[in-house]
Write a protein that binds this ligand. Sequence first.
Ligand code: ADP
Ligand code: MG
Length: 596
Amino acid sequence: MANNARELLKQVFGFDTFKDDQERIIDAILSGMDVFAAMPTGGGKSLCYQIPALLFKGLTVVVSPLISLMKDQVDEAQAKGIPSAFLNSTLTSEEVSGITKKLSCNALQLLYISPERLALDGYFSYLKTLHVSFFAIDEAHCLSQWGHDFRPDYLVLSNLRERFPGIPIAAFTATATHLVQDDIMAILHLQDPFIVRASFNRKELQYDVFKKQNVLQQILSLVKQYKTEEGIVYRLSRKDVEQTAAFLQEQGIKALSYHAGLHKEVRAKNQEAFDRDEVQVMVATTAFGMGIDKSNIRFVIHGDLPKSMEEYYQETGRAGRDGLPSRCILFFGSSDISRQQYFLTQMQDLQEQNKAKENLNTLIRFVTVHECRRKQILSYFGEAYESPCNNCDVCNGTTRKVEATEDARKFLSAIVRTREGFGSRYIIDIVRGADTERIRTNGHQHLKTYGVGKDKSLVWWSSISEELLGQQMIYKDIERYNVLCLSPTGREVLLGKTPFFVSEVTAYKETKLSGTQNINEALLESLKKVRLSMAQLINKPAYIVFSDKTLKEMAAHKPKNTQAFLEISGVGEKKLEAFGAAFLQAIRTHEGEGDF
Ligand code: ADP
Ligand code: MG
């Protein structure tokens, strides 16, 4: 076995170079320092504690919140040849005693453990009898009440530093907020930690924000466009989840649903089917979250406006963990805003309400302001970014900014002249000079604004109304039958002091998602079949065998012997031994056929 981090990287993980801060983090841990590392999803956090686990003489304990994930993590580690196990409530007492036995004779290097188990009486004392070299706290944001997945049982970890002096503790999280970072470091009592905040820029993700028209159709057409790829569709309510999943199924798409209203077993079953690439689309509420470790998610669609930037970032972040290009598409309409504002009024706790309001406003700004989406996301997390990113609807020119100040003033003026007493459709009728009984009864055909916008379509005026609502230049008065009223910024537009812009989708670009060049598609298909049969053989999800990225590289480079096979990123010695022959055979067969 290799004796330094770099050699292990190649031998065990099959990678040539460390990503970003991985090496610095590993060095700090090996030198005995505490570490706090915030790295985005897909940033490669696991390797930062798995390599030290292999290099330390004693045991590495990894605290991880998700029981469902632990098994996969251990499967993956074992597939690479790392002696590892997990302890949580799903195990039988025989299984537990089997692991305890291994622990007592130092046969394990990596132990994943749930916080519930650590909280058991006397557990710390038990761990003290083992030779523990290092603690890694994964998903450390679960410690913080400010995070999005607070887990009270994580707080047992606040004693760790005191109970295990001199043993390094490293906290890992994909949370980008500073508030959560400070909280984590304080609760764990990290001592002079080595702090890493990686960039939260996910280069491989393309961000698009579009207006809702017929959102089910919009979702369907994307899902069809990427029919050989898998993705998640997020919807706000359980009802919308069910409806969307049913609609996609009717259209022949393999889709399942996931929300907190489903029985625990159904949820687990659906997630497993998605993990194992048996369905194309998972339609879900925010409940579908942290437990997703699938690396080949190619698209994340939001059918409604999310509640906060943090939520949006985490949810889109589930795409492209393998580093291959992936798409994130958000559809929003002004009805999303009124719906969420209604939820806000239902909140009892004033402090909570204000926080939620602020979160919502950030997101409204994000979707309505015509500014590089990536820049806006990163700036929310305090990271400066030089746009254009050339990978979002604004920078790509898919969405264009069009000045519409004059039309906005016509519309606003009609609202004011009718004393802020009517809804959108009526105002549009006035502007377009419609001959309706209601207008005649009110005598509004004599208004100065009557008919000033005859030359433009109903669709155009509806979009002006939507944009004015979206940009909060006007609002619906819930207490007076949702009539339209002007906000202070709307008045400025009316007075000609502020210009008004709408965004217009010019041409939808068909974005191809294959990252690696020169892939032989037919070969890729047969490699996927080999992967599936290997996965069935060991009864594990396909990605445990090899990631999509690794398969695509094989299909591009077509290695013919073990040496060349080892050169493929993601192929370590253990996997070569277990799966090499089958894949090499498939490549040779394919190439042989090609020669005739
Ligand atoms: P995180 O926990 O930070 O979300 P993971 O540890 O699951 O990320 O790693 C994400 C992906 O990146 C995995 O497929 C992993 O194999 C890959 N990866 C990690 N480190 C490297 C590296 N140095 N070179 C290439 N790929 C890497
Ligand atoms: Mg992780």
